[in-house]
Each structure stands twice: as C-alpha cells, then as structure tokens.
Design a protein around this ligand. Structure first.
Ligand SMILES: *Cc1c(COP(=O)(O)O)cnc(C)c1O
Length: 229
C-alpha cells in the first residue's frame, strides 16, 4: 500500500474504533507524524485528506510548514531553547513542553510574534527513565507556572506509553486521563474550557488510547512505513 491508501485505512480504522468505544469520531484528531518522509510524502497524505501533521525536528517543521501552510503542524519533539523561535513560528500546537524555562521562553517569543501559543504538557506517567516529561507530582506546579503566562494557552496533556506492553500502555493512558481530571478540578471555567486535549496513542497502541479518552493520536509508521503490518 502507498501512503494515501495507508492514511485512508488508518482514518477508517480510527472512526470504527471510536464507534466501538462509544465515542464521536469527530472527538479524535489524527496527527500524521511525517518525521520519516520528505515533502513528497507529506503531499501524498494531504491529497488523501490529512490535515494535521507532527514533526519532532524544528528545521523539518519549518521546512514542511512553509511548503504546506494549508494544514496544521504539531511539534512533538524534544525542545531546545535556541530552537524555540523556529518552533513557535510554525507550530499550531506544541505537545512536548515540560520545563518552566522553556515555557517562559515560548511565552516571550509568542508575545514577540504576536500570537498565543497553544501547548500541551508532556507527562512521564510510566516513570521510564528513557521517557521525557514532567513527573506527575510536579505537574500541578508546572500548570500553575504556565497559567500565569499570557501568551501560552494550556490545552491539555501528552504522554508516551512503554513500547510492546499493552497492559502498561493501558495504565499509562488511564493515568494521564486521571491527571487531566485532577488538574481540571483546580481550574477556573475559562482555563478548563481550553484544557480539553489528551495527546496519547501511536501506531502500536492508539486503540487502547482511544478507549482511555485520547483526543489526539500521533501516527507515524502505520501511515508512512510500507512495511508496517
Ligand atoms: C515518532 C513519534 C510518534 C509516531 O510513532 P509511530 O510509532 O511511528 O506511530 C508519535 N509521537 C512521538 C512523540 C514521536 O516521536
């Protein structure tokens, strides 16, 4: 199968899974993670109907977002301070914020660019050393810090599950959902309205994520890798 066909297949599978989970398919955004392909691959996915793309390298984000400004670009990668201007210039939504100092810089750059930057806070729910993200017990303090910044809008949380262990994935996604509910409990109405997104689920575990209320799934290989079974 080619990229267009694989995109359409994933989209159909996601809709079917939503129905099975008793959820409205419109409540889940499918982000096509295009980090392994070039402009041509992105074009094929756009032609198949993709409207949200994810990138983990700022230069790639800039190049692709400049070539295809008609779709939304999500930044899902490691944030480095010196690349924040590039990221904020092109990202509709940043999924991977977990440090105060980066939040402060995003806020300053966004103010300078005349935008309010939508962000998700990445949480290391599983506690794996290899995973990035804020530790759950430090999340409330990070939320409080970000809530005071006028050019950042907190839109929700993001996590990555351990690979190859569906029970652990399920616990991780359920854990993020619970953290979302705890944070919502301490927010005012305006903040709570914006804080609606759970970015969780990748090629191997998105079905499990949808069962746990995911609103954004980030799919790379199932769309762009010919050999993904
Ligand atoms: C690469 C990547 C994805 C996509 O992973 P697949 O397993 O290829 O679907 C999702 N989220 C993040 C943060 C990534 O880096």
């Amino acid at each position: 199968m080619g990229i267009a066909q694989q995109y359409c297949q994933v989209e159909a599978d996601v809709r079917a899974e939503c129905v099975q989970a008793g959820r409205n398919p419109e409540s889940v955004t499918l982000v096509a993670v295009s980090k392994t392909v070039g402009l041509d691959g992105v074009k094929q996915a756009i032609d198949a109907g993709a409207r949200d793309f994810g990138e983990n390298r700022p230069e790639q984000l800039a190049e692709k977002a400049t070539a295809f400004p008609q779709v939304r670009w999500h930044f899902i990668g490691n944030i480095q301070s010196r690349q924040i201007r590039t990221i904020v210039s092109h990202a509709t939504l940043i999924h991977s914020l977990f440090e105060d100092r980066h939040a402060a810089k995003i806020d300053a750059v966004a103010a300078d660019l005349g935008k309010v930057q939508d962000v998700l806070l990445e949480v290391n729910v599983s506690g794996e050393r290899s995973k990035s993200g804020v530790e759950p017990y430090l999340l409330p303090a990070l939320v409080e810090f970000c809530a005071a910044l006028s050019h950042i809008r907190l839109c929700g949380l993001m996590t990555m599950a351990p690979q190859g262990d569906m029970a652990a994935a399920q616990r991780t996604f359920a854990g993020l959902r619970q953290l979302r509910d705890e944070i919502l409990g301490g927010m005012n109405d305006v903040q709570a309205q914006a804080f609606s997104q759970l970015s969780m689920g990748m090629s191997d575990d998105w079905r499990c994520a949808i069962e746990q209320d995911s609103t954004i799934i980030r799919i790379g290989r199932a769309i762009f890798d010919d050999n993904f079974a």
